[in-house]
Design a protein around this ligand. Structure first.
Ligand SMILES: C[S@@+](CC[C@H](N)C(=O)[O-])C[C@H]1O[C@@H](n2cnc3c(N)ncnc32)[C@H](O)[C@@H]1O
Length: 249
């Protein structure tokens, strides 16, 4: 194989939701790049593909890449550049490097930073992207809530977004998906009520979808304040309006 950098989506948590293409690729690449927030952090993505790596004829080199959760843009950009350089050097020496990421690589993934940095600083590096099943669709399937049909508008919100911005954004949507820190979701309920989500709007909170410790709660907006929502990074809330917003045809 000629050197290449491959972003591989490994699905949302159920090892059976890894695509055939992802599994085939992980069995033949030279290097598996694993994103981590710090050196001792466990990697969910690596955990998900362990059974595939066991089937390899020759073990892959595992390359841990640290992407700290820091708000210091300068420090973070420096680390992306270092990680991108590392990848570029490996690819230029003829190696195939698969960067594994939970869900899909192009949907709120660390892969995006690396991809953009490579594009900017090492444009000659050949890149391929293998999509994965996103947590968005996996959680909707688990909760059995259609995300969007006919002319419905779907809005995806990272829950750490400013509350004012959330209020401005969600007015025209039929379905809302809150990613990252769904435990903060209760603070958002008054905003939803203010902009016209009725107490009968359907709500699902899905935690660790397809993973050990999975929990699914489905009910009405009016029920949510009574729910216990433990702090868990791997959680998502879906809200579906009872009726279309009045200002839409
Ligand atoms: C950085 S984003 C990664 C999204 C991922 N690239 C995807 O395509 O689903 C992390 C967020 O995805 C959601 N998430 C990922 N896996 C999940 C799972 N198995 N169950 C529930 N939510 C999940 C959570 O909201 C989590 O905070």
């Amino acid at each position: 194989m000629v050197g290449k950098f491959i972003g591989v989506g490994v699905g949302p948590g159920d090892p059976e939701l890894i695509t055939i293409k992802a599994a085939k690729t992980l069995k033949i690449v030279d290097i598996i790049a694993v994103p981590k927030t710090h050196a001792d952090a466990p990697s969910m993505a690596l955990n998900l593909v362990k059974y595939i790596l066991k089937e390899r004829l020759k073990p892959a080199e595992i390359l841990e890449l640290i992407f700290p959760m820091s708000k210091d843009e300068v420090e973070v950009k420096k680390l992306w550049a270092e990680n991108a350089l590392l990848i570029a050097e490996k690819v230029e020496s003829g190696k195939t490097v698969a960067f594994i990421t939970v869900g899909d690589p192009m949907f709120y993934s660390t892969f995006i930073y690396l991809f953009q940095t490579l594009r900017e600083k090492h444009p000659k590096v050949k890149v391929e992207i293998i999509p994965g099943v996103t947590s968005l669709t996996a959680c909707a399937a688990k909760a059995q809530i259609p995300i969007a049909e006919k002319e419905e508008v779907l809005v995806v919100i990272p829950s750490d977004l400013d509350l004012k911005l959330i209020e401005e954004t969600v007015g025209h949507a039929d379905t809302l998906v809150f990613m990252k820190c769904a435990h903060r979701f209760k603070a958002i309920i008054p905003i939803l009520q203010k902009i016209g989500y009725s107490e009968n709007a359907t709500v699902a909170v899905v935690r660790r979808c397809g993973m050990p410790g999975e929990a699914v709660a489905v009910g009405r907006l009016a029920d949510v304040q009574r729910w216990v929502l433990p702090e868990d990074y791997f959680s998502m809330a879906i809200v579906k309006r009872e009726k279309a917003p009045i200002n839409r045809g």
